[in-house]
Each structure stands twice: as structure tokens, then as C-alpha cells.
Design a protein around this ligand. Structure first.
Ligand code: KG4
Ligand code: ZN
Length: 338
């Protein structure tokens, strides 16, 4: 891999992030989270765009300072073109275009989902990068899919959710428990002190490698409504057990299809990616498979799981080597296939 220096910019949802990569080594990875959405229990698109606009210049400046490079050392600029919230994507896209024009360097568009997967090729993401072909369970707030990765830019979605994403299920169930947004990491923390077998929730029966998470959300909601009628403090008194049981159920649903795919396709290279891959029970389930089933597992370093610009810079570096540049007429796109 060449050791060109590339700036990556990510603004698809509620994190404004910029990173500098040299070869596949991350020199800086800066993110500004948007606390404002907590008050609303979810991301408010208008507020997200505005916060990106406020954050983007300081975040990019900080990434350059932290990397200890001069602006004129940057060979190209990579940006998230989609998928995501259009207003948020527009901020990163416009900024990337202007900066590429002023520095007179090529512009490189990046698919956010490909970036979650290709984050595994960042030098310090794993002790060893995955070998092609590998399976990647890509689980975030917006997406849940099993991807067969045949090569860097040859990916096939073999199964996906037909309704909610796994992260969305964590977040929506957290709301039922009156937890802050995003609830995924909070449920993970509370589950540590709970009994994962305390409660049982419905699991979907889906064909092939597809997922569904709206059923578990409804199952939890009805169960809580019934229990709260008998004891108004039910959630408070059982919070750890509830979180542990929900987490166990979601992880079991995720792993069952991944196991099926690995077995049927006879692939032992198995990775996870996206925000939910930060979940400790999912990481443990992967570790168990490494021991039981002989999988070679790839779990990205924590900072490359939730939305970050390091993964955008990584994809931009791979495209830079291939000479895949983007026309200045490009525009952000809310939907963007793998
Ligand atoms: O990839 P990401 O940062 O953004 C999207 O592209 O959606 O993923 C965010 C999602 C949220 O739903 C959040 O609750 C979930 O990832 N998440 C977790 C954990 N950390 C983040 N879910 C469960 N356990 C975690 N530790
Ligand atoms: Zn993401």
C-alpha cells in the first residue's frame, strides 16, 4: 500500500468526524458527538445538519494538527457520500468539495457501509486483516445485514433486516425502559449486572439469512405494560435483568443467522462491523465461536466500530490507489447500495 496521506470526512448521521490516514495507518481520528439529540430521544435531522456545520471546520483542523502534518501534505480528500441523513451528508460533501478544490487534490466518494466493513483493514484494527472471502455482520443504528465480502469492492448482501436494525431495537427498547438515547451502550453496561435468562422474549422466524427486530420490541413493550399495571416500579426494580435478557435475545438472533451462513457457505473468516459491534455480549459470542467452531474472528477496535472518519479515510486510500476519483459534480445521496 502506498503511504499517501489522505483526509477522511464523515457526517452521515450525528457524529462529525475527520481523520488522517497514511498508508493504512491512522494518524488522527477526531469526532464531535452531538449531545443535543438526547433531549429528543433520537436524532433530529435539522439539528444534526446544523451541528455538523458548526463542528466541521474545528474537527478537520484538529485532525490535521493532531496528525502533525501540513495541509499541503494531503494527497486526496475522502468523504461519506451516503447512505445517511441527506442534510447531514450535504454538509460533509460540500465541505469536502470546497477543500479539495482549494488544495487542488482529488475528491473520493465513500459508501458509509463499505467503510464500516473495510475498517478491518486499518493497520491497528485487528492483529491480522481478514482474508477474502469473509462474512461480515454489519450492525448499526440504521442497518443490519450479513455481507459476503469477496474483495475490497466486491460485496454481496446475503441477508438483511426487513424492518428495524439491531441498533434501532436496542435504542427503541431502551426508550421503553426510559433510558437516554442512544440506549445501546447503556443497555450493554446495565446488562453486566443482570441475569440474561431472567426473561424470555419472542424471537422471529425468518427465512434465509434475513432478520426482523420489530417483534422483540413489541414483545418487550407488551410485557412491560402488563407488569407495570401490577407493579409501577417493575422496570426500575428489574432493570439489570431486563437489559441482560434483551441483549441476550438480540445477540442470539444476530448470531443464529451468522452461524447458518458460515456453515452453509463453508466460510470460517467471520467479522463484525458497525456501532452494535461494540456490544460486549456480541463480542463474547464471536469469541465463543472462535473457540467452538474454529472461526477466525475479526472484531474491530472500539474506536472503529461506531461512526468514525478513520474508516472513511481507509476506503479513500484504497480508492486512491485504484485511481477512483469523484467528479466535482457529485452530490450526497441518502440511499447508496453496497
Ligand atoms: O454505526 P453507528 O455509530 O451509526 C449508524 O450508522 O447507525 O451505530 C449506532 C448504533 C446505535 O443504535 C447504538 O445504540 C448502537 O450502535 N450501539 C450499541 C453499542 N454501542 C453502540 N448497541 C449495543 N451495545 C453497544 N455497546
Ligand atoms: Zn454507521
Amino acid at each position: 500500500m502506498s503511504d499517501s496521506i489522505i483526509l477522511g470526512i464523515e457526517s452521515s448521521c450525528d457524529d462529525t468526524s475527520a481523520a488522517i490516514i497514511k498508508g493504512n495507518c491512522i494518524l488522527s481520528n477526531i469526532a464531535a458527538n452531538q449531545a443535543i439529540h438526547k433531549e429528543y430521544g433520537g436524532v433530529v435531522p435539522e439539528l444534526a445538519s446544523r451541528a455538523h456545520q458548526q463542528n466541521i471546520i474545528p474537527v478537520v483542523e484538529k485532525s490535521i494538527t493532531k496528525a502533525n502534518i501540513q495541509q499541503n501534505a494531503i494527497s486526496a480528500i475522502g468523504f461519506t457520500r451516503g447512505p445517511g441523513l441527506l442534510g447531514s451528508l450535504l454538509v460533509g460533501t460540500s465541505f469536502a468539495k470546497s477543500l479539495a478544490m482549494s488544495l487542488n487534490v482529488p475528491l473520493i466518494e465513500v459508501n458509509h457501509l463499505q467503510a464500516h466493513i473495510l475498517a478491518h483493514f486499518i493497520e491497528d484494527a485487528n492483529p491480522m486483516p481478514p482474508q477474502f472471502p469473509f462474512l461480515c455482520l454489519t450492525v448499526s443504528g440504521g442497518h443490519t445485514m450479513i455481507v459476503l465480502v469477496k474483495d475490497y469492492f466486491d460485496m454481496e448482501i446475503i441477508g438483511k433486516t426487513i424492518d428495524d436494525a439491531a441498533g434501532e431495537a436496542f435504542d427503541k427498547i431502551g426508550k421503553i425502559f426510559d433510558l437516554d438515547y442512544p440506549a445501546g451502550p447503556i443497555i450493554d453496561r446495565l446488562a453486566r449486572e443482570g441475569n440474561p435468562d431472567a426473561f424470555t422474549f419472542n424471537k422471529p422466524r425468518m427465512e434465509n439469512y434475513d432478520y426482523s427486530f420489530s417483534g422483540i420490541k413489541t414483545s418487550v413493550l407488551y410485557f412491560i405494560q402488563k407488569e407495570v399495571r401490577k407493579n409501577p416500579d417493575f422496570v426500575k426494580e428489574n432493570l439489570n435483568d431486563l437489559c441482560a435478557s434483551v441483549q441476550r435475545t438480540i445477540v442470539e438472533i444476530l448470531m443464529a443467522k451468522l452461524e447458518k451462513a458460515a456453515k452453509e457457505l463453508n466460510i470460517k473468516e467471520v467479522a463484525i462491523a458497525g456501532g452494535v459491534s461494540a456490544n460486549s455480549a456480541l463480542r463474547k459470542a464471536m469469541q465463543d465461536h472462535h473457540e467452538k467452531s474454529g472461526w477466525n474472528i475479526y472484531i474491530p477496535k472500539f474506536e472503529y466500530t461506531t461512526d468514525n472518519a478513520a474508516m472513511i479515510a481507509m476506503v479513500a486510500q484504497l480508492k486512491y490507489e485504484r485511481g477512483e476519483f469523484t467528479d466535482m459534480k457529485t452530490s450526497a445521496t441518502a440511499k447508496y447500495d453496497l
